[in-house]
Design a protein around this ligand. Structure first.
Ligand code: NDP
Length: 616
């Protein structure tokens, strides 16, 4: 396909204007306040559709060495890396009935990971598993989570169907008291939080949402009891049904073609079209990915991370649309190139962006036969404004007679839900079933959302301690006043589209900290000076993304059109450089710092300020 070029200043000016108009159609005065947690409207949220009511058990009041909160990939990897460091007493606490986290809860039809399976699935070298598809189905990923948990004997002391409700530092025993919703109050010398970034489903606060009398659920709690079938399709329960689906993000793009195949009629309620790039999923062999060599998965994952972090590589091993678009994605990642002439870079970037977006809009035209539908499916914003999606079936679904696209942009989304269905403008759509593919509250870990109160030294609550100046950490993991508490996730560190890789590096670091603290007999706790020094690193080179996000169409990347949250949140040089920094810190500083801390008997170590590491 030869994409139409948009390189003239005239064409770019027209695009900018169109993007502004389209943004205004969608931006809402209530911003992120338009969403609610799922509990508010749907009683089923608390229930676990895959495990049902948990078996009764006695509350625990014993002591473990390490408590890990969360049994998704973050928690599993923390557990596995702790085992590799020789830690025997490791207890994971997990809300779901089994391991897997996001892959435990999300089992919707068509579910796949859109990051290549050979770089997404962690510990392939350690488990010897080689995925068979370039992009793995959700069930294969969930099973891999279970595989790691089994291999590292993590089932032996995991509390499933249990949510941690508070963490309290006990000065006398120098342990954390971990309280849960099952009445547990056990002690742990170290606590690792791995509560996830996409774990809280959200619903739009559409007027009347609670009045709908038909069947309804969120995609992260798919009700196969109602639809029939499996994640691979065959949803016979929908054969005669009028099904509405709200949301056309990464989830909606995967679900909609499956509904189109099985449902009587599908109404797709769209507010903002996603970019939908080529998927080209295919079977792969071990030879294709060089899986006969030791360390192949590690090498491939590093290669991928380098590319999407904006680093140069000799060969692109994964070679997909993510890596092809990596130059564009630099805007989304914190590795934005600052060298050289910034204006020239911005100008070149805008041309590349327009070319890519024109290619994607041309793809819609070539795939969708009805011109009006095709027009409504075209994305009008810059590439990095929304998470890119990939499918070779999505657009084709709109060529079927049983699929209707309902564009809700002019009314900033669905206006009203009634007992019988959905109202958009002058039209009412009667429905038997209404499915919400409306995503998750992003980036709010249990601690930051306030749902998991943490009381540190002197009973100080972490969120209160941070109320004035914002979060304070060293490397995003540890905080002064909260000894032996290690946070994993997306706080003051560096992220990547391949989030399991990020989590694995964090798990390696957490386990190394615990092992070193055990060896030296020290508490893991940075000084205030070390936190200040880390915040200075985050602030110093922080790229100015503000203007970019201010012009973007609303979404969770820019707090629904309100811009990025303030305060230094990410390491500015990208995940690849961040991992290098952590490794050097472990090798060169960690032991010395903990030794000094141990001899100072818990007093602040003067060596901490130099503990941050160079900025790159
Ligand atoms: P998103 O938050 O990306 O999408 C939510 C969708 O709901 C958007 O299309 C949004 O429209 C729409 N919506 C919300 N409110 C309304 C309303 N009132 N009326 C009409 N439409 C509305 O959620 P997803 O579950 O799709 O994805 C969340 C994240 O999960 C992804 O970004 C990705 O990180 C991850 N994911 C990853 C996958 C993978 O393969 N790796 C697969 C699936 C998800 P609008 O855009 O206008 O706000």
């Amino acid at each position: 396909m030869t994409p139409p070029q948009a390189t003239t200043e005239h064409a770019l000016a027209a695009l900018r204007q169109r993007y502004r108009v389209e943004r205004e159609r969608r931006v809402r005065p209530d911003g992120a306040g338009q969403y609610h947690a799922t509990e508010a409207e749907f009683g089923y949220y608390a229930a676990d559709p895959y495990t049902g009511e948990p078996a009764a058990r006695e509350p625990l009041q014993d002591t473990v060495d390490v408590a890990v909160i969360g049994g998704g990939f973050g928690g599993i990897l923390a557990g596995a890396r702790m085992r590799q460091q020789g830690m025997e007493s490791v207890r994971i606490v997990e809300k779901g009935g089994d391991f897997g986290g996001t892959w435990y809860w999300n089992r919707y039809p068509g579910i796949h990971c859109d990051i290549e399976s050979h770089v997404y699935l962690p510990m392939l070298d350690e488990t010897g598993y080689v995925p068979e598809w370039k992009y793995a189905p959700g069930e294969e990923i969930r099973r891999h989570a279970v595989r790691i948990a089994q291999q590292f004997n993590l089932y032996s002391d995991t509390l499933f169907s249990t949510a941690v409700t508070s963490l309290t530092w006990d000065e006398d025993s120098e342990t954390w008291i971990v309280a849960t919703d099952r009445g547990d109050a056990f002690h742990a010398t170290y606590v690792v939080t791995a509560t996830g970034t996409l774990s809280e489903p959200k619903l739009p606060g559409i007027p009347g949402i609670e009045e709908f009398a038909g069947h309804t659920f969120h995609t992260s709690r798919w009700d196969y009891g109602y639809t029939g079938g499996t994640a691979e399709g065959g949803m016979t329960g929908l054969a005669q049904k009028r099904v509405g689906i709200v949301g056309t993000g990464a989830t909606g793009i995967q679900v909609i073609p499956m509904l189109a195949e099985d449902a009587g009629h599908v109404y797709v309620f769209q507010r903002t079209p996603s970019t939908v790039d080529v998927r080209a999923n295919r079977r792969t062999t071990a030879a294709d990915v060089g899986a006969d060599r030791a360390g192949w998965a590690h090498e491939r994952r590093e290669n991928y991370l380098r590319i999407v972090s904006g680093e140069a590589v000799e060969k692109d091993l994964v070679a997909d649309r993510w890596t092809e678009s990596a130059d564009l994605l630099e805007k989304l990642l914190p590795s934005f190139r600052r060298q050289g002439d910034r204006d020239a870079f911005e100008a070149a970037y805008e041309v590349a962006d327009a070319t890519k977006m024109n290619e994607l809009r041309a793809r819609v035209e070539q795939s969708v036969t009805d011109p009006e539908t095709a027009e409504a499916l075209k994305p009008w914003y810059r590439y990095a404004c929304k998470r890119p999606t990939f499918s070779d079936k999505y657009y084709q679904a709109f060529n079927r007679d049983n699929v209707t696209l309902v564009d809700t942009a002019d009314t900033h989304g669905i206006e009203r839900i009634t007992e019988r269905g959905v109202v958009v403008g002058d039209s009412a759509y009667e429905l038997d079933c209404l499915i919400f593919a409306t995503g998750f509250s992003v980036g709010t870990s249990g601690i930051l959302s306030g749902k998991l109160p943490v009381h540190g030294r002197g009973g100080t609550q972490m969120l209160h301690a941070w109320a004035k100046e914002g979060p304070r950490t060293l490397h995003g993991f540890t905080s002064n006043g909260f000894p032996n508490l290690i946070q994993m996730g997306a706080l003051q560190n560096a992220s990547s589209v391949n989030f399991t890789h990020v989590l694995d590096e964090q798990a390696v670091h957490a386990a190394a900290l615990v092992a070193a603290a055990e060896a030296k007999g020290a508490l893991v706790e940075p000084s205030r000076e070390a936190e200040d020094a880390w915040i200075a690193v985050l602030t110093e080179d922080a790229p100015d993304h503000e203007w970019f996000h201010a012009e973007c169409t609303p979404g969770y990347y820019n707090r629904e059109g309100r811009g990025r949250p303030s305060g230094p949140m990410a390491y500015p040089h990208g995940a690849f450089a961040f991992h290098g920094l952590l490794k050097r810190w472990r090798e060169e500083s960690m032991g010395e710092i903990l030794e000094a801390r141990a001899s100072a008997d818990g007093q602040t170590s003067p060596g901490d300020e130099s503990a941050v590491g160079a900025s790159r």
